[in-house]
Design a protein around this ligand. Sequence first.
Ligand SMILES: [Zn+2]
Length: 219
Amino acid sequence: MQSRVDRQLRALALAKACAACGARVRTIGHLTGLPPREALRLLFPDRMAVPRGRSPDSPEWYHGANLLHRAEASIVVALYRRLRDADFPAGEALVGAYRHYVGICQPPHRISFDRAFDLAAHTDGLWLTDTRSFSLVTCPTCHSEFLAAYGSVARSNDHCPFCKLVQRYGTDTRVQGAFPVQPLAAPNADQLGMLVLLQLAASPSNEHLAAPMAGQHRP
Ligand SMILES: [Zn+2]
């Protein structure tokens, strides 16, 4: 059992992490239970820095959003789902997923933290609503997970944003900019050692190593 002080510390740590991701006061309130006035006082001493604007409403937005928005929305929710499946509490899973998304996708990031919160809420029927509006489905062609209307089954790749991105990649500079080709990472010392071993094993002068590697039995 968590003590009251533990719960409060956890709520404050989560609130601070949300604010660092650009969360609105209302979103922080939903995620942590912190009263808006308290969140404002603790997290936004500079009132000019308080994030403003209309809250996102994703069930309508997603189906009319452009390809890059749908792809990035699907990435955030897929990362969130993975952390939830690993038993992280929903608030921490959302912050972890959002940080990971910012780390792997190119700026400008099309999904704000508030949007990510709204998408996760409408996928799990959580925080804002009891109603689920999205399911995370797996594309039968590229095996990526993407957001679709709740209860849908992906029988084809017709609605998969990732298959469409691949189709457009050659001709659309915006898509190329969002998902640039990454240079291959230089292998580290351990990997180099493993490569040398594999090469030795594959070389004909090392039949004693080559045989088990190739799964063959020598007479
Ligand atoms: Zn696909």
